[in-house]
Design a protein around this ligand. Structure first.
Ligand code: GDP
Length: 360
């Protein structure tokens, strides 16, 4: 699937850069253009693989909006024409979809990404998706509250919002902060493979994935999730039937970007590997298992021919917003918002208490 990418904010820019780099290094050619937008100049200066656009310079002078996502919304609104202008020529006629990438818990990405999605929808005919990063459980209350508001708005605006929970793809024992590098690498690889799977070489493999299958899987709207797992495969495809099942199970049950989100409206199972090692029977069996497990009647399937001694399963789920994980997150966000409001009220109260009188 040929895509144009726009990263908003620090996390958005970094992940977009990783995606562009992965696509270039692998020679997939799925990423047609990549732009990073930020109100913090320093964050843009560290990026190499993407074009950059500073916003809000008249308001924050290149210093960012801090954790103020309402200000993030305002600066994106004020400078939207510059951002859309910077995209001219990047969202070419060959782009089949646009992805707006952002960490939902901060300021610029959290507030700016929903605004950008809204405007892109007015200007472009191709689907506009969001790739949103949810703060981990241990990130502060401000991040949770910001992400809750941002998620609510971006779901309304985007054709589908692919979510990555920061608690999902880091190695055990790593702190979330220390794990950003690992998480970003994993996002780049998995999402990069998803883009590239629709680009599979023609004439290789029996049922290669087409971009329209990705788009149709995301047509359910709402929230999407992505799972991935690989295992060493035998050279004889007949011996890999169990492997195809096993990687598919792991991709859905332990390898997903949104843990425990396994009930979906639609799904796509991509089996990646050397065409000679991909077992037809195993793929079909895994696809049927995925139908049962997700409760979806619309499970698409296909191969992604790659040179590798491993077999990989990439599972894209559409319409997972009913999952407990999302409800748990939204509750966490609401609780954080309530706490913020009470704290603000407490601070205001401390000077109205009349046991301490004003001096004059
Ligand atoms: P912004 O620049 O104001 O949009 O804010 P950030 O992008 O720095 O932070 C927003 C959210 O993204 C927070 O929940 C962070 O924990 C998270 N975040 C920041 N940097 C990264 C990163 O490099 N990778 C990942 N996965 N998350 C990040």
């Amino acid at each position: 699937m040929k895509v144009a990418l726009i990263g908003v904010g620090q996390a958005g820019g970094k992940v977009t850069e990783r995606l562009a780099r992965f696509d270039a290094n692998m020679g997939f050619g799925a990423v047609q253009g990549a732009l990073a937008v930020n109100s913090a100049k320093a964050d843009l200066q560290s990026l190499e693989y993407v074009d950059t656009q500073l916003i809000g310079a008249d308001r924050v002078n290149g210093h960012g909006v801090g954790g103020d996502n309402e200000l993030g919304t305002e600066v994106m609104q004020s400078d939207i024409q510059q951002v859309l202008g910077a995209l001219d020529g990047r969202v070419t006629s060959s782009a089949e979809a646009i992805f707006v990438v952002a960490g939902l818990g901060g300021g610029t990405g959290s507030g700016g990404a929903p605004v950008l999605v809204h405007h892109l929808q007015q200007v472009h005919d191709v689907p506009v998706y969001a790739l949103g990063i949810l703060p981990g459980r241990n990130e502060g209350a401000l991040y949770q509250a910001n992400a809750g508001r941002s998620l609510k708005t971006i779901i309304r605006e985007a054709d589908s919002t692919l979510l990555v929970d920061n608690d999902a793809w880091h190695a055990q024992g790593e702190s979330v902060e220390g794990a950003f590098e690992t998480i970003n690498e994993r996002i780049a690889k998995r999402v990069g493979l998803l883009f590239a799977s629709g680009e599979a070489v023609e004439g290789v493999g029996e049922s290669v994935v087409d971009s329209s299958e990705v788009i149709n899987t995301l047509r359910a709207g709402g929230i999407a999730a992505l799972g991935y797992a690989t295992e060493i495969a035998s050279e004889d495809s007949a011996e890999n039937i169990r492997t195809a099942m096993s990687v598919s199970r792991q991709a859905l049950l332990t390898g997903t970007s949104l843990p425990e989100a396994t009930t979906a409206d639609s799904a796509l199972l991509v089996i990646a590997g050397d065409p000679d090692r991909i077992p037809r029977k195993g793929v079909e069996r895994a696809r049927r298992w995925l139908e049962d497990e997700t409760g979806s009647m619309q499970v698409r399937g296909g191969d992604f021919p790659l040179e590798s001694d491993r077999l990989g399963a990439l599972v894209l789920l559409g319409g997972v917003e009913r999952s407990d994980r999302i409800q748990e997150f939204m509750e966490r966000a609401r609780e954080a918002k309530r706490k913020q409001e009470t704290e603000q009220a407490d601070h205001a109260d401390q000077f109205t208490d009349d046991r301490l009188e004003n001096l004059f």
